[in-house]
Design a protein around this ligand. Sequence first.
Ligand code: NAD
Length: 496
Amino acid sequence: MAPIPQQDPVARVAGVPVDTRHWIGGERVASAAAFPDHSPVDGALLAHVARGGEAEAHAAVTAARDAFPGWAATPPGERARVLHRIADGIEARTEELARVETADNGALLRSHRRGVMPRAAQNLRHFADRLLTLNHEDFETRGHSNHVSWDPSGPAVLITPWNAPLMLATWKLGPALAAGCTVVLKPAEWAPLTASLLAGIAHEAGLPAGVFNLVQGYGAEAGTPLVSDPRVRRISFTGSVPTARTIAGHAAAHLVPTSFELGGKSPLLVFADADLDLAAGLAVEQYDNAGQVCLAGTRLLVEESVRDVFLEKFLARARELTLGDPRDEATSMGPNIHPRHLERVDGFVRRALAAGARPLLGGEPHTALAERLGGTYYLPTLLTDVAQDSEIVQEEVFGPVLTLQTFADEEEAVRLANGTRFGLAATLATGDPERAERVAAQLVAGTVWTNCFFVRDLSAPFGGSRESGIGREGGDWSFDFYCDLKTTVTAPAGWS
Ligand code: NAD
């Protein structure tokens, strides 16, 4: 790709000025080259964004390393106050952040306004408050005191995907900064803009220079030098399995601990004793964000005896989905992120159809809408007659594509549910609490929802089993990751 020179450093996106330069050591930093950032809503060019590489990554890690001793020594109460001020800034600018995020990644504006941005602020408040109650334990053995302290580990690299950019950035930033780490954030190249706004908000909130740095660019160019830098002490990554493998290779060279939140192929199990209206509603929710949700229960597993009734209820609800411009209040499903991604989603569907799958809903791009709006839209899709070992059942599509399989009994339900290499989440619909407990205990999943979906307290651990991830984030599990625990053993007075 021929380098595009960076021109005006400030773009106006949805009426909001967004600085497209990096943020390093408390200053905006330009690059010689830029990359184009298009909107999935209508294909419009939103900005030319500074395209970082080795030099920017090196400068950002240097800034984070230099700022580390000061931030680590800042009293917890003061760190917490700064985090609350950043949360105040997010709340004050919710409307701007929501409009820019929707333009950039195509998720619904009303969800950004009412759900995502408030939750992003809450991420920071939660870890600020948690820091103040962090358990510094003491034990005693043969008169010797054993004091356990949570020491910040050093500069951390945070790498985020495009499907929930600000939400996931704050989910990492909150605990990292609260713990006393300094950070370099590398947002996804398909939706980098709210990260730049966040850098400005953090600066206005009084975060010292170098504590939060932002490097933008492509994964191979800007991400690789960050995750290969020996001065980095933690890498927290949310994204795909193949990228995690690459990052793990770099991290291994310096034995840097990694936290990986990766993909999934989660099941949604519907038992005959379930409230089938509730189950159908839960199933249609899996099209949220046009299916670009890591946790989505994309494999509908339904007890044979209720398959037809469930399907009828599901299709009735799915046909009520309003596809369209995500800025419209009435829209319930917007675009997919990028033409290349849409092609990938469609490739999975075409190969499944060629292998014998039958579409019960959708099965192709929404060309009429794409022609009218100019963006990248796919029809909500449901495929049946799919084999358990087929690609469409085993691989993450990350689009609005669900599969429908049936099971005869609980044993088969669990076997099908656990029958992929992932283990991020699972959803159960059943009217029998004992069955819920029994089945949940057998599922391989970081989160199991019973008769609900997507609800979670920020204190509870979140993460994936098997290839869905390494480690857990949330509550003290996040502090555990960003800290080096130290035990100081002291002899009793007069001991010799
Ligand atoms: P991706 O792996 O392609 O990219 C994620 C990030 O990694 C981007 O910022 C990218 O630039 C960067 N990157 C790419 N190559 C890199 C390298 N060599 N070194 C360092 N960084 C590099 O993923 P994506 O397409 O942006 O996101 C979709 C994936 O994210 C899906 O698999 C989805 O399930 C997953 N996801 C998981 C969670 C979770 O919490 N488990 C949440 C959201 C998304």
